[in-house]
Design a protein around this ligand. Sequence first.
Ligand SMILES: [Fe+2]
Length: 310
Amino acid sequence: MVNLHDIRYLRIGTPDLDSTIRFATDIVGLQLSAREGKAAYFRSDKVAVRGDTRDHTLVYFEGDPADQAIGFDLHDPAELDAVGAELERAGHPVHFGTTDECEQRRVKAFISSHDPSGNRIEFVAKPYNSGVRYFPGRDAGITHFSHIGLYTTDARRDEAFWTRLCNARVSDWIGDAALLRIDTAHHSLALFPSSHAGVQHINHQVEDVDDVMRAWYFLREKGVKILLGPGRHPLSTAVMLYFRGPDGMIYEYSCGVKHILPEQEATYRPRQFPFERYAVCMWGSVPDPEISAFPQGETTKATPLRAVMY
Ligand SMILES: [Fe+2]
C-alpha cells in the first residue's frame, strides 16, 4: 500500500510564462515566491489554517501545458524505495528523481510514475516547508492549495489505482467520477471520465463565502470567464466559484469543504449522486460548456426540484 499523506504541488508548462505569472499573482492571488530560469514558483498556504506552510504549491515552467505532474507527500519517507518497488510490481515504471530534479521540487527525494491514464504522479519524501509567511499577490483570501481534478480514461480502473494501490478513499461519486480523500478533507483528488489524461481543475481554498462572492465581482470586472458558480457543491458542501485560467486551465476557489474525521472513517459510507444540475450545484448554477468533465445534457436538467416545489 502506497500511503499518501498530503497533496503538495502541481507542476505545469505554459507557452507564455510572463503572462501566466501575472494571472497567478494579480488575478488568482498566489505569491510568486521564486523565479528560477524558466520556472516560477508560487506559494498559497496560511500557516494558521494548515498548521504549516509548503515551500510552494504550484510551479509554472516554460513548456507544453500538457506537461504536468502532481506531487503527493508520502506518509513515511522511509517507504520511498518500497513504494517504487510496489509501483513497478503493479506495472507502473518509476523514475527516481535526480539531485537536480529534487532541488527543482524542493524535496529530499521523489519517485515519478504514471497513473493508468498516463497522468504523471510524483511520490515525494521530505518536501521542504518554509518559515516565511505567505504574502498573497492580491487579497483573494486564499488559505491553501487544496485539490485537483484529474481526467481519467477509465474511471473504475483509476479509482482502483488510487484506492487499492494507494490509500485514497472514495468520499462520494457523481456519475462515474470519484471524489477521493487522502486526509480529512472530503477530496484531494477527483477523477473525471474523459478521452484523455490531464489536470481538469486546480482548487484553492479561501477563507469564507465573502471571498468567493468578492472574487465573482472581481473576476467579472477583470474580464475573466466564469465557468461555474457562485454555488455550493452538495457532495463536499463547499461554496465554490470556477473560472478560466491560462492555457485553458480551470481554477476554483472554494470554502467550507466537509471533513471526514479519523473517528468517522470506520462508519463513513460514500454516496452516489447522479451527474445532474443540482448535484453539481445545489443553488442551481449551470456549468459552462467549457467544463467538459460535466456532461452538459445532464447538468442542465432540473429534475430533483420537482419533488419539493409544488
Ligand atoms: Fe474542485
